[in-house]
Design a protein. Structure first.
Length: 249
């Protein structure tokens, strides 16, 4: 679990204001525990998602390793003359379900996702857990699977329900588009949990009346996370000949 995450450390007197003006969530919450947030393009599209916590006069950003270099580069572009330094912290991430070890922090996205811990010596309890099954059951998107770089809109990915966006915090990159989607439109597309009548492969196109209405993403048994056009889900749907039913609970 630790090998696919990178922890960036943000220090300097301006660290709070710097991140507050860039990310989708309110940085103030990092003083009490983990916050979940994203960095967006000016067009409001997803570029990276991450967790942030505060410790020892530093903010720590827990990001998927294959997104870390690009995120660090983009954050550095916005530093200008701010008193901010960004480097890599020598920390690893452990995850688990059930009782929290000392120092562990609840995953802010959903109670079913358990805890995350950054303290040395924490037992690695996450390797035996089927995290895809946990995510599908709660419709939790994953970096690089449901969350597609420079393509996904975070409200379509359920970021409001995941406590990953704050509509009261003020401006951030991509805020105008995100706020407009929240207040002026009804979402016509987005992620949803679906049931399958038989096994199907991730990436399979979903059809209704012979027309494309979406795609399967993470599949766990006979359930999956799918990206759907909501206005067409009242028609019978199939994916590779398998019946697909949208689940609402």
């Amino acid at each position: 679990m630790a090998n696919d995450r990178t922890i960036l450390r943000v220090t300097g007197a301006d660290r709070h204001g710097f991140l507050q003006g860039l990310i989708t969530n309110d940085i103030a919450g990092a003083a009490q525990g983990l916050i979940y947030a994203a960095f967006l393009s000016p067009q409001g599209k997803y570029l990276a998602d991450f967790f942030i916590f505060e410790r020892d006069a530093a903010l720590f950003v827990d990001v998927k390793s294959d997104h870390a270099a690009a995120l660090e580069r983009r954050l550095s572009m916005y530093k200008l003359r701010a008193d901010v330094q960004i480097d890599h912290a020598d920390l690893t991430v452990q995850r688990g379900l059930g009782p929290q070890p000392k120092g562990a922090l609840p995953d802010p996205r959903h109670p079913s996702l358990g805890w995350r811990c950054y303290d040395p010596g924490t037992p690695n309890l996450g390797e035996a857990i089927d995290w895809d099954a946990v995510r599908v059951a709660a419709c939790i998107p994953e970096t690089g699977i449901e969350l597609i770089h420079d393509d996904t809109y975070i409200l379509e990915a359920g970021f409001e329900a995941l406590h990953g966006v704050d509509f009261r915090k003020g401006c951030y990159v991509g805020q105008e588009v995100t706020a407009r989607m929240k207040h002026k439109t009804t979402l016509r597309k987005g992620l949803a949990r679906v049931a399958l009548s038989a096994p199907a492969l991730p990436g399979t196109e979903i059809l209704a009346d012979g027309k494309p209405v979406g795609q399967l993403h993470t599949v766990s048994g006979l359930e999956a996370i799918a990206y759907l056009r909501f206005d067409r889900t009242d028609q019978p749907m199939t994916a590779g000949g398998v019946d697909v039913t949208r689940l609402t609970t």
